[in-house]
Design a protein around this ligand. Structure first.
Ligand code: SAM
Length: 287
């Protein structure tokens, strides 16, 4: 089996998700986004007119939450996928939100944004999918104000985050042959910053100081019936594995994934599988 380039590194793969018509974007990245906001923005600034940039904003989980919890903030939410920005605009218009502007933009190069114009820049589980992370981090550095305690705040998955972890274990199991299961020859994008040391060094290479990498977990209760929902090909993270194993093996892959979850995280007395979702939140300061 030839390992192709992971499609979750490609902008167009994120458009396959399609427009999502949700007024209050949530899901499992919300708790991590709230953590990142709390760890990054001091409480005394909550009501100030701070400028926030959200890069790889998706359909706006962090931005929509921040719009009401930082009521005097001005937020620019950017994403390379037009679908995501259309979904975010649906939520902005439906909630009559005045302090969020959504723009289609490649997070690796944002020339239409002025240098030194933001107080805080976030990328929750976005930067990890950019082909050139360092270029993007340098761009975020350019956009943050100097001498202002400005901070960048990045969310990345740890290697035991539920979906990428079980996808990888499933791949190894499905490809098992006489020489054992296949290992990925390069990291899947979802886990591209699962190394604390690498994460810190990339933030420092971009110019950030006083870098701290926080480790945060939000285990999730899932039902057996809901497990197949994680295996939608519209999700580029899942589709990467479907492409690796080929169309003929997709059903086997799905079955193995579900059996692995049952084995690794047996149902508790309430009928739920408690699955781990662990992330790093890396925060650096521009002096
Ligand atoms: C897993 S989603 C995360 C969305 C959101 N931040 C959240 O926490 O729910 C990753 C997002 O990164 C975006 N993305 C991927 N490559 C990008 C790039 N080069 N520039 C900007 N956004 C990008 C995708 O379109 C997608 O919306």
């Amino acid at each position: 089996m030839i390992q192709t380039t992971f499609s979750s590194y490609l902008a167009e793969s994120w458009n396959k998700i399609g427009e999502i018509k949700i007024l209050k974007p949530g899901g499992m990245t919300l708790d991590f986004s709230i953590d990142a906001l709390n760890l990054t923005i001091p409480k005394c600034k909550i009501n100030e007119n701070i400028k926030i940039l959200d890069v790889g904003a998706g359909f706006g989980v962090l931005s929509i939450y921040a719009s009401t919890n930082y009521p005097n903030s001005e937020i620019i939410a950017t994403d390379i996928s037009k679908c995501m920005i259309d979904s975010l605009n649906y939520s902005i218009q439906g909630n009559q939100i005045k302090n969020v502007t959504a723009k289609v933009m490649d997070g690796q190069s944002m020339p239409e944004l002025q240098s030194e114009s933001f107080d805080y820049c976030f990328s929750m589980f976005g930067l990890i999918y950019f082909p050139d992370r360092l270029k993007s981090l340098k761009e975020m550095y350019r956009l943050l104000k100097s001498n202002n305690n400005s901070k960048v705040s990045i969310g990345s998955w740890q290697s035991d985050a539920f979906l990428p972890m079980v996808l990888e274990k499933t791949y190894e199991k499905v490809t098992v042959g006489s020489s054992g299961g296949l290992k990925l020859t390069s990291k899947q994008p979802a886990l591209s910053l699962d190394d604390k040391v690498l994460f810190k060094s990339e933030l420092e290479q971009a110019g950030f100081k006083n870098v701290e990498i926080h480790s945060i977990g939000h285990p999730l209760e899932v039902t057996t019936e809901s497990l197949s929902n994680y295996l939608r090909p519209e999700n580029p993270v899942v589709d990467d594995f479907f492409k690796l194993i080929g169309d003929d093996n997709i059903n086997k892959f799905k079955e193995t994934f579900i059996n692995l979850v049952l084995e690794l995280f047996p149902k508790n007395e309430n009928g739920f599988h408690i699955v781990p979702w662990n992330s790093y939140i890396g925060i650096g300061e521009k002096l």
